[in-house]
Design a protein around this ligand. Structure first.
Ligand SMILES: Cc1cc2nc3c(=O)[nH]c(=O)nc-3n(C[C@H](O)[C@H](O)[C@H](O)COP(=O)(O)O)c2cc1C
Length: 329
């Protein structure tokens, strides 16, 4: 499980930092891997409304957003947005990153491509403001709502605190740590205690990525689906991207994962897991129950369509079986 924190305050040891650090700590103590993007230090420019993303599905501005930050968002099981209230909205630093996620909005609503993680990705808002105004968090919450929708995340939790002004003052507010523990516990519980499917190939750039995307797309929240490569490639194979886009499934910005990293993470929590290996000659995870799909590595649009269709029908059958086994437990 990967939890991405987006830190919107320019204050290094401020109140948003306090909330985010504690929230991520709770997730880590429940087995998640976490990473923080400090939006204040990012070299990214604001959206220039070029509308390329809505027509072609990418942002032409060349900076850290593509592929690094878009890739992290796509990889995240949970995105935690932490921000102070600045003039009744998130900080400008956070708003720049959020506006650049119009790229995801364009792919989802204009190009009609579905993120395969849409059913399971969760969004969490952590916010603080100095005043006691009744409507203090309305702007921030609306922005978070539409941001999470654009990145295909369910708005799962919102923790907001009024009358917090000086850096670190949040630490004096009673009940904050308990709130965070409860919210993080709920978020993590939604991802745990489910059977896991792991698709492995040599590079995790084509067949295993297609299999994982089909499986996530149809399994929703019932099954956890991962993919990994024995020697992972840097990028997804464009043949796989195009074929999946024709099926309405968006795998752009996904990054091939490594079996070694999967082993280092707690990728299963005692629940049954099944490895599907697309390289017949190797046992990628020693001791794991492994089935082999001997399908050729596609080399052109015709072969990717044929292999992709075979993967899709095998994934359909496998997901049905895993669901059945889950019901029988
Ligand atoms: C530019 C700026 C605008 C602010 N606007 C608001 C506001 O509209 N309402 C409010 O209650 N607090 C406002 N504040 C106060 C901060 O939200 C508050 O101090 C918060 O605790 C800072 O969190 P941080 O330590 O994570 O940066 C503003 C502060 C700054 C610097």
């Amino acid at each position: 499980m990967f939890v991405l924190g987006l830190q919107g305050s320019p204050r290094k040891k401020g109140n948003s930092h306090y909330l985010l650090t504690r929230f991520l700590g709770e997730c880590e103590s429940r087995g998640a891997r976490t990473e923080v993007i400090h939006m204040d230090g990012l070299d990214i420019g604001p959206c220039r409304e070029l509308i390329v993303c809505e027509k072609k599905g990418f942002c032409p501005i060349k900076d850290e957003m593509e592929p690094h930050i878009y890739g992290l968002i796509r990889r995240a099981d949970v995105v935690v947005l932490a921000s102070p209230v600045f003039f009744y909205n998130v900080s400008a630093q956070a708003k720049i990153l959020i506006d650049r996620c119009q790229m995801f909005w364009g792919r989802k609503y204009k190009l009609k491509l579905a993120d395969p993680d849409a059913a399971s990705r969760q969004g969490v808002l952590l916010a603080v403001g100095a005043s006691g105004g009744k409507r203090l968090f309305e702007g921030v919450e609306l922005t978070a709502k539409y941001f999470f929708d654009a990145i295909s995340a369910t708005f799962a939790e919102s923790l907001t605190y009024k009358k917090v002004e000086a850096a670190g003052a949040i630490a004096e507010i009673a009940g904050v740590d308990a709130d965070i523990k409860t919210a993080a516990g709920r978020v993590m519980a939604a991802m745990q205690n489910k059977p896991t499917l792991v698709f492995v190939s040599r590079k995790d750039a084509c067949r295993s990525q297609m299999a994982a995307a089909f499986a996530k797309h149809i399994a929703g929240t019932d099954i956890r689906v991962l993919s990994a490569g024995i020697e992972p490639a840097r990028d997804i194979d464009p043949l796989a991207l195009d074929f999946m886009a024709q099926q309405g499934i968006d795998i752009k910005y996904r990054l091939p994962g490594a079996v070694d990293n999967l082993m280092a993470e707690k990728f299963t929590d005692g629940q049954p897991f099944q490895v599907v290996c697309l390289e017949p000659e190797v046992i990628p995870i020693p001791g794991a129950k492994t089935i082999f799909w001997d399908l050729p590595k596609p080399a052109d649009p015709q072969s990717v369509a044929s292999v992709g269709k075979q993967i899709q029908s095998r994934v359909d059958a496998l997901v049905k079986t895993v669901r059945q086994q889950k019901r029988n437990i």
